[in-house]
Design a protein around this ligand. Structure first.
Ligand code: AMP
Ligand code: MG
Length: 428
């Protein structure tokens, strides 16, 4: 049974309606390291070649390859060493026939030389400590070098003028490094969304304050703020609003400077009507019953900030697991869209369930589970225990959510299920 204005919709429809509201935020310039996880707003073009000069890939001797023709351990070729060149220095003279330059990895290949003979193919290792071939001595080469051997060529990684990181690319550690290799210190990226988070309820207390009888600490604001942060947004905690019209209204208004407002609790049927009243009065909000478990009640709409800007509002259910799962399904894609990311769909693995999972009420069930690889190399999923939506530790023990579709009455041990992976790197 639904009340007027409280439509029963599927997870996909709720997500579609919510995402339709969000778009990419404007670009800003950020230091490359801080832009990790943000999306590049313009192509970055190489201002020079990388590497900028031909250089050696090995410690050894820069030689004319032709000089080493026929060299072997039995018949070494002796070359006279005219310099000792460290990385970071350029040898200004030419390597002539019969000559070699002792050269360290990364140092530019001197004029005249066209190959590098590694130390191991010379008498270098036979010398005592401190007796390396110095300028003026000679080196014996035990193996013929092919032209270009051990040479890294100018521009072989990146050519000047080439698009090195295209606009639209998410910056990962590798891109941060590539940008630094081009000497780039700041990049244009789409701005991170600021997400204001408000907890509601007379029973909710701030961690760090004494807990009165009948009260519980606010976990929703913290788990959701952590999700916001992890997904690339900037959380702003607005604290806890008591169930009064004045306090709710005042706190919501404080949140309207953000790109998105998230509240938790007060959207379910049994709730004190204050929350719903204020939401309905202050904004254009829909109350939905989403065919999912945990979760189900969800509010979504927009408030009008001073100046007429529309601030989207996601009203999460109060139960801690419902709040996290709902934010995972609806808040995460919204943040990704604002960041300019299109890759908000999580990887899903097919795993064999070790436990029976019941799903009697026609909703999409997201069962907290641990996915691990079995001895047979296949993926297995085990439930993290009781699935009550108030049991946040069941979420903490999980690395994935097994998805039992609306029209499937459950799964038996040995059945294959799809699991939405929350974490690969922190599998408990
Ligand atoms: P409600 O949606 O207001 O009916 O709340 C559902 C359940 O979630 C109740 O048991 C609340 O006490 C609990 N709850 C609501 N807000 C929070 C919160 N911020 N942190 C932890 N639990 C909460
Ligand atoms: Mg409540």
């Amino acid at each position: 049974m639904t009340t007027p204005g409280e439509a029963m919709i599927s997870v996909d429809e709720a997500r579609e309606r919510i995402l339709a509201f969000f778009g990419r935020l404007p670009a800003e310039r950020r230091p490359v390291l801080e832009a990790l996880g943000q999306v590049l707003a313009e192509d970055v073009v190489a201002p020079f070649d990388i590497p900028p000069l031909d250089n050696t890939a090995m410690d050894g001797y820069a030689v004319r390859a032709a000089d080493t023709a026929g060299a072997s351990a039995a018949a070494p070729v002796a070359l006279s060493v005219i310099a000792n060149l460290a990385a970071g220095y350029v040898f200004e003279h030419e390597v002539g026939p019969g000559q070699a330059v002792r050269i360290m990895t990364g140092a530019p290949i001197p004029q005249g030389a066209d190959a590098v003979v590694p130390f191991e193919e010379t008498d270098e290792p036979l010398r005592g400590v401190g007796e390396a071939a110095a300028k003026g001595s000679s080196v014996r080469v035990f193996k013929a070098a092919m032209p270009a051997a051990n040479v890294r060529f100018r521009g072989e990684d990146v050519g000047m003028g080439q698009v090195v990181v295209p606009g639209g690319r998410v910056l990962r550690p590798a891109e941060v490094g590539v940008l630094a290799s081009l000497g780039v210190v700041e990049v244009p990226v789409y701005r991170r969304p600021v997400v204001a988070i408000l907890s509601t309820g007379d029973e909710i207390a701030e961690p760090g304050t004494p807990l009165s009888p009948g009260h519980i600490y606010d976990s929703n604001a913290y788990s959701v703020a952590a999700q916001v942060k992890k997904f690339g947004g900037i959380p702003r905690l607005l604290g806890i609003a008591r169930d009064t019209v004045e306090e709710m209204t005042a706190r919501i208004r404080e949140g309207l400077v953000a790109d998105m407002l998230v509240t938790s609790a007060g959207v379910s049927r049994g709730d004190f009507d204050v929350v719903k009243d204020v939401l309905a009065r202050e904004g254009a909000i829909d109350f939905w019953t989403v065919r999912m478990r945990p979760g189900k009640p969800l509010a979504f709409g927009a408030f009008e900030a001073p100046g007429g800007r529309k601030v989207p509002h996601l009203g999460l259910p109060g139960n801690p697991v419902s709040s996290m799962v709902s934010f995972e399904l609806f808040g995460r894609p919204a943040i990704f869209k604002m960041l300019g990311r299109s890759d908000w769909e999580r990887p899903v693995v097919r795993a064999i369930t070790r436990d029976a999972v019941g799903n009697a009420d026609g909703r999409r069930f997201f069962a907290r589970c641990i996915v691990s690889r079995g001895d047979d190399g296949r993926w297995y999923a085990s439930l993290t225990g009781a699935q009550g939506s108030g049991m946040l530790t069941s979420m903490s023990a999980a690395n994935g959510l097994a998805i039992i579709p609306e029209d499937v009455p459950g799964a038996q041990p040995g059945d294959e299920v799809e699991v939405l992976m929350l974490d690969w790197e922190h599998a408990p």
